[in-house]
Design a binder for this molecule. Structure first.
Ligand SMILES: Nc1nc2c(c(=O)[nH]1)N[C@H]1C(S)=C(S)[C@@H](COP(=O)(O)OP(=O)(O)OC[C@H]3O[C@@H](n4cnc5c(=O)[nH]c(N)nc54)[C@H](O)[C@@H]3O)O[C@H]1N2
Ligand SMILES: Nc1nc2c(c(=O)[nH]1)N[C@H]1C(S)=C(S)[C@@H](COP(=O)(O)OP(=O)(O)OC[C@H]3O[C@@H](n4cnc5c(=O)[nH]c(N)nc54)[C@H](O)[C@@H]3O)O[C@H]1N2
Ligand code: SF4
Ligand SMILES: [Mo]
Length: 770
């Protein structure tokens, strides 16, 4: 089902209108300016989201003057969303950081690179000498290039000897990772974006694709406009732009997914809608550890002790989870749950599940990931073209860098972990170091990393390509700790932010096409780009910063790559981790011409669209059909995961659910999109979405100022009633892009005990007219 670009554009007009909303008419003007003579075009993935659109970047006189969706890009076929259209302006805010700055009391003073790096090196050396390597850390990003993540991981895990390295992806994809690992023993999806063209039923579990994955959503809408059978079901806690394009909207209570998915499975078992042969051949049953704590206390540590189950034991455990039981916990009528189960079980339908942060930012996020896989494993609707569960990724290289390179505190490249001796040995071999150098103890996970600063245990932290002093939950605790100078804080960024505000050293970075890089998107697609323009002033690449620091603390030898072939040599070293593991990456040059390739890349240079199936995956022999070759006995796990309540729920004093997330025009903390005048004007500040009946009861009118407070903090926002997003009764919603409104002060820093991912989607607040 190949689409022509014309078909695609025509059919997706509705979604494209969404995508360009906020600044209609501006995008085409920019695109036509790109036709001027003298512009040199290069290819790159978009700087922003995990969709990974291919863009063409136009350069003239050393500046990016235009960008356009790349018609040759299989992901987006020439389309971009509004953020993509304005990429050319994101790096040209007037206040780009152009030279290193060092704190002198309350002032930040201009310094040379040498002064700044020497100071960082001396602080790190001092801390390591006094309190050991585990008293220093680095906090990175799913927006790091593969090279940046690899350099940081090798330096900290292989050189300094601490596993205190984390990506912001802990706040984002950690539950997805834990879900993949516990179910399939291999991270990242079996399916790919082609499933959005080839399927006929799409069940969205709280994912607001129209705003958070806009171009991918337009691809889905395109399928819907062409194929009458296509049905999109939006199960969510609020109505969004996604809802407008869905066939059905099913409102759900926060945490309700945990009950609803279980009841769907109950019906699938009860009505024998499962695929007996598939289950027999491909599935093991397991039970995990229940009633684990929510991470509310510092240093709380949970441990999962899985037990095997038989299919019969599993069926018995699932008996009490009836649709009526789930109706009470999820708010979804029992009848609807029966219907959903029969849709999932319908042999004539190609059913896909899609989810993002509604499922991952959840104190039982790993469980909900497991449960969605359970449905697909029981019905056999998996590893088939057009029929898969697809975990959507947020950041441009959360997959490529955070997950594949393994920049989490417990991970090593290609799904390996520091706790495993054989994995440490293999890593040490490739890195050319003594295996004893790599610590077997997982480092601090993100929330604990920032808590350790507050406790005075972490002495130095280097923050690159993320803005935690705006994006962490329970923010005021961590901001206060930083303001009290409890640790030495280095921040590499491209603009002044809430994090540079509390830094001891600020380093100006090169971003996106100001350097060479590789990103990996949601569908396992690895995309490479070359440097196209010089960074401003003295700004330097994050990789360069780390290696110059490494040299000053005696670890320069870890990076022996030549000046001329620096990235190629680093890539070929990193690639060794992947070859033969089912995560195979291609030689570096292969990526120069193509618009990315989905791993495992085959020996003939071809990509893999569907994993674990003989249809496409060379690791499965002809005749084997489906094989979960990473799992024990070639099988995947179906987990028993019951309902458990959220960490905090509304009560008399704090009667509303507080949910936080995103909107189309801005990227996270808006350091980049906020400096694009068109996007800033389209969406100048955060508002509080509230249900009209709740508002009326409290005497609140649209645009009134309201005070919203949780047990952790309070702030004043403008009420938005019947705006773009419409929360269900009893729920309010806001976004975290506005640095003048630190909405994360109110968020709870409870987390999933398995994935350690915090729950940004639920806590309790009260609302008053301000
Ligand atoms: N425009 C834009 N796009 C982005 C980003 C951006 O900053 N701006 N960021 C990217 C990143 S890093 C990410 S992670 C993604 C996030 O993409 P999404 O997860 O799609 O977006 P959010 O706004 O974080 O999530 C909000 C939704 O969570 C759902 N929800 C709330 N509670 C629950 C629950 O208990 N269960 C379930 N199942 N759902 C619930 C609600 O229905 C709500 O609409 O977006 C990516 N794309
Ligand atoms: N309330 C609430 N909070 C959330 C979430 C939520 O849903 N609700 N979601 C969480 C999720 S899923 C995510 S992914 C995080 C995202 O949170 P953050 O990662 O903190 O937010 P960003 O704005 O993406 O920060 C990226 C920073 O990198 C800088 N930058 C850009 N390019 C470069 C570069 O090349 N090098 C360097 N060194 N810096 C660069 C940018 O200016 C910016 O300051 O937020 C989390 N926080
Ligand atoms: S959908 Fe995502 S990757 Fe595509 S242009 Fe928009 S922000 Fe960039
Ligand atoms: Mo994210």
């Amino acid at each position: 089902m190949e689409l022509t670009r014309r078909d695609f554009l025509k059919a997706s007009a509705a979604a494209a209108a969404f995508a360009a909303a906020g600044a209609p008419g501006l995008a085409p003007r920019l695109a036509s300016a790109a036709d001027d003579k003298g512009i040199k075009w290069g290819k790159a993935p978009c700087r922003y989201c995990g969709v990974g659109c291919c863009v063409l970047v136009g350069v003239k006189d050393g500046k990016i003057v235009a960008t356009k969706g790349d018609p040759a890009g299989p992901v987006n076929k020439g389309l971009n969303c509004i953020k993509g259209y304005f990429l050319s302006k994101a790096l040209y805010g007037k206040d780009r950081l152009t030279h290193p700055l060092i704190r002198k009391g309350n002032k930040m003073v201009k310094a040379s690179w040498d002064e700044a790096l020497n100071l960082i090196a001396s602080k790190y050396k001092e801390a390591i000498a006094k309190t050991g390597p585990d008293s220093v850390a680095i906090y990175g990003s799913g927006q790091w290039t593969v090279f940046e993540g690899y350099t940081a991981s090798k330096l900290f895990k292989g050189g300094i000897g601490t596993n205190n390295i984390e990506p912001n992806a802990r706040l984002c994809m950690a539950s997805a990772v834990a879900g993949f690992m516990s179910t399939f023993n291999s991270d990242e999806p079996m399916g790919c974006y082609d499933d959005l063209d080839l399927g006929d039923t799409y069940i969205l579990w709280g994912a607001n694709m129209a705003e958070a994955h806009p171009v991918l959503f337009s691809r889905l809408i395109d399928n819907k406009l062409k194929n009458k059978k296509v049905k999109i079901i939006d199960i969510a806690t609020r109505k969004t732009r996604t809802t407008q394009m869905a066939d059905e909207y099913i409102p759900m209570y926060p945490q309700g997914d945990l009950a609803a998915v279980n009841a769907i499975i109950h019906v699938i078992l009860r009505d024998k809608l499962y695929d007996e042969a598939f289950v027999k051949q491909h599935v093991n049953f397991k039970r995990g550890t229940e009633n684990q704590p929510y991470g509310l206390k510092d240093k709380e540590n949970a441990k999962e002790e899985p037990k095997p189950l038989t299919f019969d034991e599993y069926k018995t455990l699932m008996k009490p989870m009836t649709p009526e039981w789930a109706e009470k916990l999820s708010g979804i009528p029992a009848k609807k749950i029966e219907q959903l189960a029969h849709i999932y079980g319908d042999k004539s339908r190609k059913v896909n599940s899609l989810w993002t942060m509604g499922v991952n930012q959840h104190v039982r996020g790993t469980w909900v990931n497991n449960l969605i896989y359970n449905i697909h494993l029981l019905t056999g609707k998996i590893c088939k073209p057009g029929e898969n569960p697809l975990s959507l990724t947020g950041q441009p290289s959360a997959c490529g860098t955070a997950r594949e390179v393994g920049t989490f505190s417990h991970r090593l490249p290609a799904d390996m972990v520091v706790m495993n001796e054989a994995h440490r040995k293999k890593t040490a071999e490739i890195w050319g170091i003594d295996p004893k150098k790599i610590s077997p103890k997982p480092g601090l996970h993100t929330v604990e990393m920032f808590r350790a600063i507050d406790r005075g245990e972490l002495k130095c932290i280097w923050i690159q390509c993320t803005n935690p002093f705006q994006s962490m939950p329970n923010l005021s605790r961590y901001r206060k700790a930083a303001q009290a100078r409890k640790a030495f804080i280095v921040v590499s960024d491209i603009y002044p932010t809430k994090s540079t505000e509390v830094a001891d050293v600020i380093l100006p970075s090169a971003s996106w096409v100001e350097k060479e890089g590789v990103f990996g998107n949601t569908e396992r697609r690895t995309q490479q780009w070359f440097k196209m323009v010089e960074p401003p002033g003295e700004a330097k690449e994050d990789t360069w910063q780390l290696i110059e620091f490494a040299k000053r603390i005696g670890h320069g030898g870890l990076f022996p790559y030549s000046q001329k072939n620096f990235y190629k040599e680093m890539w070929e070293e990193y690639r060794k981790f992947t070859v033969g593991t089912g995560k195979d990456l291609a030689p570096y040059e292969t990526y120069f011409k193509v618009r990315g390739l989905r791993w495992p890349v085959k020996s003939n240079g071809q990509e893999t669209r569907w994993r674990y199936t003989e249809v496409d995956d060379r690791y499965v022999k002809k005749g084997e059909g489906v094989k979960f070759y990473k799992g024990v006995g070639g099988k995947a796990n179906v987990w028993f995961r019951p309902y458990e309540p959220p960490a905090e729920s509304p009560d008399k004093e704090y009667p509303f659910w507080y949910c936080t997330g995103r909107l189309l025009e801005h990227w996270h903390t808006a350091t980049m999109t906020g400096r694009v005048p068109e996007l800033r004007r389209a969406m100048p500040g955060a508002t509080l979405e509230i249900h009209p009946e709740d508002a009326a009861r409290l005497g609140i009118k649209n645009r009134d100022k309201v005070k919203v407070s949780s047990r952790r903090g309070s702030l004043v926002l403008t009420a938005e009633i019947n705006g773009r997003g419409k929360p269900e009764k009893g729920n309010v919603f806001t976004t975290f892009f506005d640095e003048t409104k630190l909405i994360n002060d109110l968020c709870i820093d409870a987390f999933d005990p398995i994935s350690k991912e915090p729950d940004f989607k639920k806590c309790a607040v009260k609302i008053e007219k301000a």
